[in-house]
Unconditional design. Sequence first.
Length: 378
Amino acid sequence: MDESKRENNRLWILLARRTAKEITAVEEEELGKLLQEQPFALYVQDIISQQWHDKHKNFTEKDIYLALEKHKQKMHAVDNTVLNEIGTYTTTDEFLQTHKKYRIRRILRYTSVAAACLLAAMAIWKWSFTPEIKEPVPVLQQLATQNGSRSQLVLSDGTNVWLNAGSKLEYPKQFSGKVRSVTLEGEAYFDVTHNEGQPFLVHTKAFTVKVLGTAFNIRAYNDEDSAAASLIRGKIAVQLNADTSKTIMLLPREKLIIPTPAVAEEPIDAGRKETNISNTQKFTVNKAFISTDKQNTVLETAWKENKLAFKNTSFEKIAMALEKWFAVEIHFKNDNKKKLNLTGTFEGESLEEILNAFRETGNAFKYSKDSNGVIWIE
């Protein structure tokens, strides 16, 4: 490498070090001399000396050196081309005239190269450090009801939700994105605002319900061995958590009961009332019609109207419902009493009045309360 090229390379390195504020006093003095010898670089210096830097990354001398090496190779190729052109002239006048053009071209070339370096560096900086635009994470809120209480709320899209006792609903403060998604533990009645462009999803321990706009009830308590979805109007799709490729469609007044955990292996025929699905053990998914009592009360949604309604329901399941409704503990001294099937609709009665009503229908059982308030069935 000849002396002029070494000086030129040194000039760019020192300019880069000055821009990075890493130049020493000795190097600063050296740079001043080089700028006097090559005044065209002053223009370039004015460009690159502007304070454009990235606060997240420090460029090392090695980074600068590698970038300059690439441009040095390009400049070297241009030098050879120009020298070859100069060599084709034989007279002194022709040579001086060409050499003058060469000096101008050299100044313009270095200026262009430096400007190109600046633009490329700025483009790389912007590409590398511009934050990735992501869909904002929704701010989640939670509504929980204790045993003995119920609640109602309206979501940001206008959907109405009634939450039964001992339940929890997790939902975003504002719906955004492609779906409206909530998570339920317990029991809730949904009257969903219709929106074809943004489906409404309810995630539970056993399944996910997908709707566009409809009314339905979901019961999915963690302490119960089954989960159920009951459709009042419209249409819903129920997707089993154990096998997301299986979807069951429900029509109005249809109910789906899924033992938990339910692991589906075979497609479920929507036209069949009962379908066996199995993994290591057998489960039965029941698809049936919603029941009503003599007063035409829908059993699955009676709680929303502050009613308790049972039809041929085991005493064990009734006891679990009474525990949540009245915030009490109910235990059985005699397990055979759990199997009693009871029927009744109640509105406003106390726990004792409900137990007495069941007993008066001819069911042989007794109950008592201990000092801790626990109800014992025997």
